[in-house]
Structures are given as structure tokens and as C-alpha cells.
Design a protein around this ligand. Structure first.
Ligand code: GLN
Length: 479
């Protein structure tokens, strides 16, 4: 039987002849078929993945393998372009659309001999926290099927949680990688803004969006980051700084870290007391291990979710204006009177409820009479927050927070109350507003049986130290 634990273990099994890429792909195809009801995948590239696996097995036998991701089976969120494959953002407006080029991140994975096995369900245009707003129907949490997997990258999280691929890609605009990882008991990593090129990632809110990684361990995360990161002529917002050799530098001599936490966040009324206690306990043991752990005042807690929703909906209303039914995607078949009527009918039919809500909200906050009251103010909050976070990182290496205020919601629990759903993003949006790297680590289990994570954040460009710290935390996990 094929058993996966990490990329390096898998690859040594391959070199020693204990397994093959074909065996791995067949294993995942069987697992995917057996768990169709979880609804994680929206497309599975069965024949293509098998053919590629066969090719790679031959190459390896001939001693011609060069890829650092040789045979690694990866699932990709349905918002990242992969040439010749379906790309729909789980939306009716892109039904039937196929990507005409590959995202830089995808090209880099394929160049390293990865096998992309399929495309993963998500909330429409990556807007949501439950993976219930999707044209393909909701994704189920494999740990408890009466619960949501989180969102928006719910399919990507479940694919790793349920062993339906080795690692997967998601996108994180306000927590869409970290929160589903938290709900599903796996590792979810969002690099700092600009670390991975956004070329080929469907835009939700361009100044927040980042491709992120789901995995079961830090060495896998580090290797994928190392491969996908780096400057890109096709994305002017991609950092020009060369990335570190993350996967090779994970083990370093132990030094005491300076760790900050926000009492305002941990004592927030929305936080489940059991989650609060688990985080406090972990902070306490970090202190006992010799790290400097200190509370820091943070008075912006109540402003970050509102400013996140003002800014991201504003950006979304502009980004989503391209879906007009003229050149690609859904086009109304109803009779139309003029071009505006054509746009209205096409867009009313193509977009789902949550996306429409956000386009309207975004258009409103950008409108002439309200621009300064909402958009400009939210920009100011973002600036304040970024400065505050920079100051904190002058004195600290990491900030520790919960990832989410509760464990995975029950299905349907938040669908009728969008505000309640937005407020649950309280701990994740901070890293996107400030553009810093952040990770959710599956360290805890709640009395209700669900796993949940601890969130750690580092300063801009400091993915390496964040991954080292995470590696340490996960290896010494207590429960
Ligand atoms: N839940 C957040 C939202 O709905 C996060 C989305 C994301 O990161 N893509 O906007």
C-alpha cells in the first residue's frame, strides 16, 4: 500500500525502487474516487497524470531525472491558471473556460517534474470562509462531515487532509489558506505579499492576494515555496529579492526567539475559551523553553475586519468588471435591448449571491459621495496597522495569534449571516493588510473533537525564520 509522509521520504522510496510515480498517482486516483462526496475536486486529470507518471518513471530508470519535485502529486485551487485545463473560480460566469496560459507558479512546479492531478473546489472568486459559495456545491470537512472545511480554499485543504494529493495550492487574500488549514488540521502557509508571482492567479483583491501552500509538514512547505518564489517579469508586484534556500536551511542551532502576543486578541469576546487557553498554554511553554514571550498592546483589533472588507471589495469590484460575457465565459441567452442590458443579464446570471454582494459593496465604497468616508479611511487604517506591525517587528521575531476564533463551523451555520462570517476573519486579515508572511500550524485538538491551529507571523521577507520556527513548533508538538 502506498503511504505518504513527506516529499523527501517519497523520493527516497522512488530511488530505492520501493514505489513508482504510477503507483502514487493510482493511489490518489483511488482515494479521490472513494471520497467524491467530499466534493474537493472539481476536475481530475486522470489520464494526463498517469501518462506523466509513466514518463517520469521511465526517465528515472534511465537516470535522467532532474526535478526537485520529481513525481510529487499536487492539487491546485480553481483560481490558478494551468494552460489547457479548466479555470472557473468556482463561478457560473466562467463555466466552460479553459486557461490559455499557465501561472508562473504552475510553470515552476511543472519544470521541477511535479504532477498536477486536478483542480480544487473553492468559494466563488475566493470570496468566503466556508467553501459553501460555489457553483459546484459545498465541500465537506473530512474530520466531521457535518462541518465546513473553511474557505475559500476548502477543496485544497480537504485534498491534503483526506490524503487526496501530497500538497496543494490555494490563494490567501484574507486567510483563505490559513483558516481552512486550521479547520482541517493541516499546515497552511501564506508567504509575504510579492514572494510568489501572482501572474496567472485570478485576481480578487490584487494588493492582498498571494498564492499559498497546504501540506502536512514544514519541509514540504519550504520546498514548494523555494521553487515557486522569486522575481517575475510578468508581475511587477513580485519581490525582486531573491528567495532563500528555504528547504535547506530549516535546521539551525536553537536560539531564544522574541515572541509577541496581543492580549486584546486573546481576550477578545469572539474567541472560543478553549482556543484561548490552548494558545496561552503554548505561550507559557515557549517561555519555559527559554524564549522571550511578551504581551504587546494592540488597539486596532476592531478596525481591521471593516477596513479589510472595504478595501478588498473595492478592489474586487474593479477586478471583476472584466467578466462581461463579451470575450469569454458565460453569456446570457435572453433577448437583450442594448449593451448595458446584455452586461446586466450576463452578470446577474453568472455571479453568485456573495460575489454580487461584494461587487455592490465595493462599488458603493468607491462611489463619489462615499469614497473618502470609506475607502480613504480604510487605507489610513491599513497604513496605521502596517506601521504598528513594523514597529513590533523591531523588537520581536514573531507574533502569535489564534488562526480563527472557533473550530470549523457547522454547515449552513454562517450562510445567512454574512457579517458573522466576515467577523470570523478577525485573526487572519491582519497579515494580508500588512503584507507579511503567516502560517497556521495544527497543534491542538478541541473537546468537540476538531483540530485547530496556532498562527505565527513574521516580518516582511522573513519567510525563512517563520518556517524554521514553525518546523520547531511542529516537531515538538505537545498533543
Ligand atoms: N474569508 C475571507 C474573505 O471572504 C478570505 C478570503 C481569501 O483569503 N480569499 O474575503
Amino acid at each position: 500500500m502506498f503511504v505518504y509522509s513527506s516529499i523527501s521520504h517519497y523520493q527516497s522510496q522512488l530511488t530505492q525502487g520501493h514505489t513508482t510515480c504510477v503507483e502514487a498517482v493510482e493511489h490518489y486516483l483511488r482515494q479521490i474516487a472513494a471520497t467524491r462526496h467530499l466534493n474537493a475536486y472539481v476536475a481530475v486529470y486522470e489520464a494526463e497524470a498517469l501518462a506523466r507518471a509513466k514518463e517520469l518513471d521511465t526517465l528515472r530508470k534511465e537516470g535522467k531525472t532532474t526535478g526537485r519535485l520529481h513525481g510529487v502529486v499536487i492539487g491546485v485551487k480553481d483560481v490558478i491558471s494551468h494552460e489547457g485545463h479548466p479555470l472557473t473560480a468556482a463561478s457560473g460566469i466562467l463555466q466552460g473556460f479553459e486557461a490559455i496560459y499557465s501561472a508562473t507558479a504552475i510553470k515552476k512546479l511543472l519544470d521541477e517534474e511535479a504532477i498536477i492531478i486536478g483542480s480544487l473546489n473553492c468559494d466563488e472568486f475566493a470570496m468566503g470562509s466556508t467553501n459553501e459559495h460555489t457553483v459546484y456545491g459545498p465541500v465537506l470537512n473530512a474530520d466531521d462531515e457535518s462541518r465546513v472545511p473553511g474557505g475559500s480554499s476548502g477543496g485544497s485543504a480537504v485534498a491534503v487532509q483526506a490524503g487526496l494529493c501530497m500538497v496543494s495550492l490555494g490563494s490567501d487574500t484574507g486567510g483563505s489558506v490559513r483558516q481552512p488549514a486550521d479547520f482541517c488540521g493541516i499546515v497552511g502557509f501564506k508567504p509575504g505579499y510579492g514572494r510568489i508571482s501572482r501572474y496567472g492567479l485570478i485576481a480578487y483583491a490584487s494588493s492582498f492576494d498571494q498564492i499559498g501552500i497546504f501540506s502536512t509538514n514544514i519541509p514540504d512547505t519550504a520546498l514548494l515555496l523555494e521553487i515557486m518564489a522569486g522575481p517575475d517579469v510578468a508581475d511587477s508586484t513580485a519581490s525582486r529579492q531573491q528567495p532563500d534556500a528555504y528547504s535547506k536551511e530549516l535546521d539551525t542551532p536553537k536560539t531564544p526567539y522574541r515572541i509577541a502576543y496581543f492580549p486584546e486578541a486573546l481576550d477578545h469576546p469572539s474567541l472560543d475559551p478553549e482556543i484561548r487557553d490552548a494558545i496561552y498554554k503554548r505561550l507559557e511553554s515557549l517561555k519555559n523553553e527559554g524564549h522571550h514571550v511578551q504581551p504587546v498592546n494592540f488597539d486596532l483589533m476592531d478596525y481591521i475586519v471593516p477596513s479589510y472588507y472595504v478595501l478588498t471589495t473595492a478592489e474586487a469590484s474593479s477586478n471583476l468588471s472584466r467578466y462581461d460575457g463579451v470575450r469569454y465565459g458565460h453569456r446570457t441567452e435572453k433577448p437583450v435591448t442594448d449593451l448595458v442590458d446584455f452586461y446586466k443579464k450576463t452578470r446577474s446570471e453568472g455571479f453568485g449571491k456573495e460575489v454580487k454582494r461584494r461587487i455592490m459593496l465595493g462599488t458603493f465604497v468607491l462611489s463619489a459621495g462615499y469614497y473618502d468616508a470609506y475607502f480613504t479611511r480604510a487605507q489610513k487604517v491599513r497604513k496605521l496597522l502596517t506601521t504598528k506591525i513594523e514597529l513590533i517587528f523591531n523588537d520581536f521575531d514573531f507574533i502569535i495569534l489564534p488562526t480563527a476564533p472557533t473550530t470549523a463551523f457547522r454547515r449552513g451555520e454562517k450562510t445567512e449571516d454574512p457579517i458573522a462570517m466576515y467577523l470570523a476573519d478577525i485573526y487572519t486579515v491582519m497579515a494580508n493588510l500588512a503584507g507579511i508572511p503567516a502560517i497556521s500550524l495544527p497543534l491542538f485538538r478541541h473537546n468537540n473533537g476538531m483540530r485547530f491551529g496556532l498562527q505565527a507571523m513574521a516580518s516582511r521577507q522573513n519567510e525563512l525564520s517563520l518556517l524554521r520556527f514553525s518546523h520547531e513548533l511542529l516537531t515538538n508538538r505537545e498533543n
